[in-house]
Design a protein around this ligand. Structure first.
Ligand code: HEM
Length: 535
């Protein structure tokens, strides 16, 4: 029967209904019962609890004040459902729920939100952090992501990370010398700049085997890389482009859409720049002057990894993009907690004096004998996770969790600060900075609490998307912290604030505070200079 016939039959049926009141009543009743049944059995009635937002916008406006909004959400429980302008979002407040949903369900909770301009157009779907995990848009997504993740894993796994120890030690020594030589170092602007320079140089060394030196060319390279980060972050900010809300706009040809033209031109420009950095590594490899670094391993393992030229270029660029800001920000938090806790410093320095002494600078290999310093770094990462909301994962399937319905496509946002302060895992003093929580009565590292992997915290994320650079981050943060404590006494000057932070979009840093770096012994700078010259 075609649609016209069906429609006219339905019209005739409605017209005759008034002539049969009893029959009509039964039809109405059955319709109401059927609708009620559908409503009552709908899984959407079993969404996790959460704040009611405004029509259409949901809680999008409340999210502008993230810290306040997250605190409000805590009252709803471990998992909180929020509608953010139509995007189903689950805020996860407990490490157990985070591990259940993101580690134990990793196969269906490892996708990402869609970023059309930043990811699909500017990176050409090569910005691995934002790459979907499944074939949501294109069947090739998962292959892309797997190749790039595997390549980065090979370059940064523990056995490969050992190759970077010398660079990490060298950059930590250069940082200490820069602070010692800067009469203005105590001002927040000055030492934060030194930290940013340290992180850029370290990531350039690890990625391209070429640390940042005081040359115009290096300064230009760092400025361009930082400009790319700024550009990507700005493009990913909510509301930056209408196409993120109306994906059909993507079909408009580039010649009629300025935003699309600019994004595609940006892709060409950035890829050309990344290619240039790779060519430079290849050139140095050919003359035997490229130290072990991520790009060298990508080039040497080209066949085995099966990466395209663009994938190689963007994988390396992504490592710098993701690693430099997190590294610098974490060091700012470590500086704050050390300066604010002189007793922690004295204990760490006593351990350093006993193990390292005053005749050489600390090395990564000293770590096994310096558990207290490892505990300081872990505790800083637990106490103030540098990426406090992680990077949202997205569910690929409907999920039932403890009787609650989580629809497919939901974005999972983990409130890391809340999870890392879970009293069941860390006790009632979880809000306090206390490295001792990681040590046993003999001063050795204890096994990590359940669901915190081997880190003792969840600040490196979850499941298949957990931070691929965490071994490099742990090694370099250890040796940078040890070198700063070996060389200086740190103390705050004037007011400082342990409770609030500055939100930089993805990462957070402490509110600006002044910190004095006072040399602990006169030979420290001569030892650092001598070791650098000897390399
Ligand atoms: C203290 C420093 C760092 C912190 C706190 C940190 C934290 C994180 C977090 C929370 C994620 C998201 C995990 C998830 O989605 O569940 C992540 C992902 C990532 N991190 Fe890190 N990170 C740090 C340093 C680094 C460094 C130094 C590198 C590179 C050398 C790096 C490379 C990456 C990459 C490539 C991803 C994306 C993984 C993926 O999407 O598959 N990170 N990191």
């Amino acid at each position: 029967m075609d649609a016209t016939l069906l429609f006219s039959a339905w019209q005739r049926f409605l017209l005759v209904l008034p002539s049969y009141p009893l029959f009509s009543a039964v039809v109405c009743l059955l319709t109401i019962v059927s609708l009620a049944q559908r409503y009552l059995s709908s899984p959407w009635r079993r969404l996790p609890p959460g704040p009611r937002g405004y029509p259409l916008l949901g809680s999008a406006l409340a999210l502008r004040h993230k810290q306040r909004f997250l605190a409000r959400c805590m009252a709803f429980g471990d998992v909180v459902y929020v509608n953010v302008a139509g995007q189903s979002t689950l805020i996860i407040n407990s490490p157990r729920a985070a591990a259940d949903l993101l580690d134990r369900h990793a196969a269906i909770s490892s996708s990402r939100l869609r970023y059309i301009v930043a990811h699909e157009l500017i990176s050409g779907s090569h910005f691995m952090v934002m790459e979907g995990h499944t074939d949501r848009y294109f069947a090739l997504c998962i292959l892309h992501w797997r190749r790039m993740r595997r390549a980065m894993h090979e370059g940064f796994r523990p056995v490969a990370a050992v190759n970077y120890h010398v660079m990490e030690e060298e950059e930590a020594a250069r940082l200490a010398l820069a602070l010692a030589g800067d009469a203005q170092a105590s001002t927040p602007g000055a030492y934060v700049r030194h930290y940013a320079h340290y992180a850029s140089s370290l990531l350039l060394a690890i990625t391209y085997g070429r640390p940042l030196r005081d040359t115009d060319a290096d300064r230009a390279t760092a400025a361009t890389l930082d400009g790319i980060i700024w550009h990507l972050e700005r493009t990913m900010a909510p509301g930056s482009h209408l196409v993120e809300f109306f994906p059909w706009l993507l079909a408009i040809p580039a010649r009629f859409a300025k935003w699309k033209r600019e994004a595609l031109e940006g892709h060409k420009r950035i890829t050309r720049f990344y290619d240039g950095l790779i060519d430079d590594v290849k050139r140095r490899m050919a003359i035997g002057e490229a130290p072990p670094c991520l790009v060298r391993s990508l080039v040497e393992e080209k066949q085995h990894l099966g990466m395209s030229v663009d994938e190689t270029a963007w994988t390396a660029g992504t490592a710098y993009t993701v690693g430099s800001e997190t590294q610098a920000g974490t060091l700012e938090w470590i500086t704050l907690v050390l300066a604010a806790h002189p007793t922690v410093q004295r204990r760490a320095q006593a351990a350093l004096d006993a193990v390292v002494g005053h005749a050489r600078a600390p090395r990564v290999r000293d770590r096994a004998q310096l558990p207290y310093i490892t505990a300081v770094v872990r505790e800083a990462l637990r106490w103030r996770p540098p990426v406090p909301l992680g990077v949202p994962h997205v569910s690929d399937e409907d999920v039932w969790y403890e009787g609650m319905f989580i629809p497919k496509g939901t974005a999972y946002i983990v409130n890391m600060q809340a999870c890392n302060a879970d009293p069941d895992l860390y006790g009632m003093d979880a809000a306090r900075f206390n490295p001792d929580r990681y040590l046993d009565e003999k001063g050795q590292l204890k096994p990590s609490p359940p669901d915190t992997k081997d880190e003792g915290h969840i600040s490196y994320g979850f499941g298949r998307r957990s931070c691929v650079g965490k071994h490099v981050a742990n090694d370099s943060l250890f040796v940078a912290t040890a070198t700063l404590l070996w060389a200086f006494d740190l103390s705050t000057v004037g007011p400082f604030d342990l409770d609030t932070y500055v939100d930089k979009g993805v990462t957070t840093v402490p509110k600006p505070f002044s910190c004095k770096f006072v040399s602990r012994f006169t030979e420290a700078t001569a030892i650092l200079t001598g070791e650098l010259e000897a390399q």
